[in-house]
Ligand binder design. Structure first.
Ligand code: HDE
Length: 726
């Protein structure tokens, strides 16, 4: 685990150093107005007598209130809720054969990055645990300018053409008459739109899967989604898809848990990211690329330009080419995380666009939205957005201009200013667009090669483990159950039946509906006015691949408990040895332990030692932890057994399929739970790995079995009887 540097500060990089002249620290400083006047009284406004009216003259009051009145800027229309972090990217091997991008050529260079994770639909203050796509936007401050990889945690998207983006977003956002629901897709307008747009079906499978409720921002994958191009020194182009692979594995929470976390700690993901970085448990991802030579563009049974399709890893393996480490929290949320402006069009030589019509539409949108959100054309001068390389051009003026451009010339060509700034030859790093050959009619149309909407949705369903499939069915049943218009539910059941009959039947059952024999035609309602619906029917391509292992989270990395949060329930009279042995074993394995007790302060152990309490049952909840341990100690056990909150804590942890361990002496507490009847007979390693329940008298052995169980993340098999109370 990486550590903070000697001063106890998080590591610096070229970008965080460049931010330093813009930072301010008030320690030991005197208070001034914005024009630098020293302030003598910041408590009282200027009045006509002690009990008199406030005077208009009070410029100090007016300045303070005026600034306050203007503190807010518009939130992002999508991805409003976000959390950011600084870090570095290090390259494993030179990619010079396929790209001339400098930061992907030199393995000795550390490229500073700033990352912003986000939810899409909710407002700035909404819960982190909404069922939603997560934004995964990375700004690389490279030696050739900023490269922004503005991706998501899902590899595909809802729509194929940028023209439909405002419709999609209007449909998912709170309904316009009553502004409900907040940060949720479970409502009529969203499913109305989706049920008429079969191209969304693949993405819907991802959105209804556990990928939409990550355990941590540190435990999710990232994807560039679109096909991009790599261009090498010789001008040869290869198609490329970008991936981020988290070194902690890909893990999620249960839906019931997500809903509870939203109440107990709506900042759960933001806090988790912040705390991990503060503690030195720096999150890491490997950058992966799938490379497809231009000659292979048409070798797949889907179109590489279609953003509702992924390239299965079985067809084109992901090469891991470097690692990103997030090692520094922002100093100021507004200045950095809020003001950062990503743009999918910020590329560097060696990287270029494909004709994906969604990507093409995004190229316009990002600058446009920053103009209003950040108040003018100079948002690139905001410290977090500035590249590390110098910016020189003839763009001038505008609101909030920071640069003081010298000289007379702000045009080119010019003779008065030596024709500077000079253009740069391609050989010296000047950007040139890839010269793709185009011979086409100007049309508003979509390629027939985009019309297979179900094969990859089916591939996704087939690739899920049984628990994942159950979660998918539950999520669809929940979301459609919240839809009030029965016709929309019915239409969706019809669409689902085109993906997987079994899945559709189970969802239909939960909704009290039947799977229709014949699906209502046309199912695609995204048809131009003069279009013939018959020409817009989905085509069914029998995908060659049955399953793709990478689409399931079942076999993700599950070999460590780094930064996992474990609760130890204790009261006065606890067995200190039992508590401390397990606690230190967890800490040595990289886990985080909180002792939770009926009240805050400290518990007095049976041996009279004092154990500090981190949380009480009032301030903590099982949904905020990955696992729970109950140590022995007669009176502690007696107290916890009679403490409804302790029993609820365990019941809920069981329901959410978490590892639970108890000292033999604490069996009394477990007997008060509803799962006491499910306690296994033996506690062999095999049994522990199957059930996630550990009981024993030998604290050291118990600790190692417990750690093994926590590293498995969840024991979804427990859901099987599917009759667990809350
Ligand atoms: Fe975005 N998107 N998007 N998007 N997007 C924005 O830009 C847009 C799309 C993504 O943390 C906005 O600065 C259009 C796909 C992320 O600041 C806006 C289309 C993917 C973020 C915008 C898409 C994304 C945004 C809103 C369809 C995954 C947050 C605020 C043509 C590959 C970045 C802003 C951050 C943000 C437009 C589709 C990812 C309005 C028009 C596909 C991660 O410009």
């Amino acid at each position: 685990m990486a550590k903070k540097d000697m001063q106890g500060k998080q590591p610096e990089n070229e970008k965080t150093k460049a931010l330093q002249p813009h930072t301010a620290d008030a320690t030991g400083e005197m208070m001034t107005t914005d024009h630098g006047l020293k302030i003598n009284d910041d408590q009282n406004s200027l009045k006509a007598g002690e009990r008199g009216a406030t005077l208009l003259e009070d410029f100090i009051l007016r300045e303070k209130i005026t600034h306050f009145d203007h503190e807010r800027i518009p939130e992002r229309v999508v991805h409003a809720r976000g959390s950011g972090a600084h870090g570095v990217f290090e390259l494993y091997k030179s990619m010079g054969s396929v790209t001339k991008a400098e930061f992907l050529n030199d393995t000795t260079v550390q490229t500073p990055v700033f990352v912003r994770f986000s939810t899409v639909a909710g407002s700035k203050g909404s819960t982190d645990l909404a069922r939603d796509v997560r934004g995964f936007a990375v700004k690389f401050y490279t030696t050739a300018g900023n490269f922004d990889l503005v991706g998501n945690n899902m590899p595909v998207f809802f729509i194929q053409d940028a023209m439909k983006f405002p419709d999609l977003v209007h449909a998912v956002k709170p309904e316009p008459d009553h502004e409900m629901p907040q940060a949720a897709s479970a409502h009529d307008t969203f499913w109305d739109f989706i049920s008429l747009m079969p191209e969304s079906t693949h993405m819907i499978m991802w959105l209804m899967s556990d990928r939409a409720i990550p355990r941590s921002l540190r435990m999710m994958e990232g994807f560039g989604v679109h096909t991009f191009r790599f261009i090498n020194e010789k001008g040869v182009s290869n198609f490329v898809k970008f991936h981020w692979k988290p070194l902690l594995g890909v893990h999620s929470v249960a839906w019931d848990e997500a809903q509870n976390i939203s109440g107990k700690d709506p900042d759960f993901h933001r806090r988790d990211l912040w705390e991990a970085i503060e503690s030195g448990a720096f999150p890491e991802w490997e950058l992966g690329v799938q490379i497809v030579p231009e000659a292979d563009e048409f070798k797949f049974d889907f179109d590489l330009l279609d953003p509702t399709k992924l390239i299965p890893e079985e067809l084109v393996p992901v090469q891991r080419i470097g690692k990103m480490t997030l090692n520094r929290n922002p100093d100021n949320f507004f200045a950095e995380t809020e003001q950062v402006a990503f743009h999918v069009g910020n590329i560097v030589p060696g990287i270029d666009f494909s004709n994906d019509p969604l990507l093409q539409g995004r190229l316009f949108s990002y600058t446009d939205t920053q103009l209003i959100r950040l108040g003018g054309p100079n948002f690139h001068e905001i410290p977090i957005n500035r590249p590390l390389v110098a910016v020189r051009n003839n763009q001038r003026d505008g609101f909030m201009r920071q640069t003081i451009n010298r000289g007379k010339t702000s045009y080119g060509p010019n003779s008065l200013g030596n024709d500077d700034p000079a253009q740069v030859k391609a050989a010296d790093g000047g950007f040139t667009s890839y010269q793709e050959r185009i011979d086409a009619k100007k049309v508003r149309a979509r390629s027939q090669s985009f019309f297979d909407h179900f094969s990859q949705a089916r591939l996704f369903v087939n690739s899920q483990s049984d628990p994942e499939k159950n979660h998918l069915i539950d999520a669809l049943s929940f979301e459609l159950g919240k839809v009030k218009t029965v016709a929309i539910r019915q239409r969706m059941v019809g669409i689902l039946s085109l993906v997987d009959k079994g899945l559709a039947t189970k969802v239909a059952f939960a909704l009290g509906l039947e799977v229709p024999e014949q699906v209502e035609q046309p199912i695609n309602h995204s048809i131009p006015a003069d279009g013939n619906p018959a020409d817009y029917q989905p085509v069914q391509v029998e995908g060659k691949l049955e399953k793709s292992a990478a689409l399931s989270m079942a076999d993700t990395i599950k070999d460590n408990i780094k930064s996992r949060k474990i609760a130890i329930l204790a009261a006065n009279g606890v067995d200190a040895a039992s508590l401390n042995t397990v606690k230190s074993a967890i800490i040595s394995a990289g886990g985080v332990v909180h002792v939770i007790s009926p009240v805050l302060g400290a518990v007095i152990a049976a041996d009279k030692s004092t154990i500090a309490v981190d949380e009480s049952f009032l301030t903590a909840a099982s949904v905020l932890y990955d696992a729970v341990y109950v140590p022995g100690g007669k009176s502690s056990v007696a107290t916890l057994k009679g403490e409804a909150n302790a029993v609820h804590f365990l019941n809920e942890a069981f329901k959410h399929c978490k590892a639970i361990a108890a000292d033999d002496q604490a069996i009394g507490v477990l007997e008060s739970t509803y799962f006491s009847k499910d306690l296994p007979e033996d506690f062999s390693d095999d049994q522990v790995l199957k059930q996630g329940l550990v009981l024993g008298a030998d604290a050291a052995k118990l600790a190692s079995q417990f750690i093994m169980a926590i590293s498995r993340h969840r024991f979804w098999e427990r859901e099987k009887p599917r009759q667990v109370p809350a």
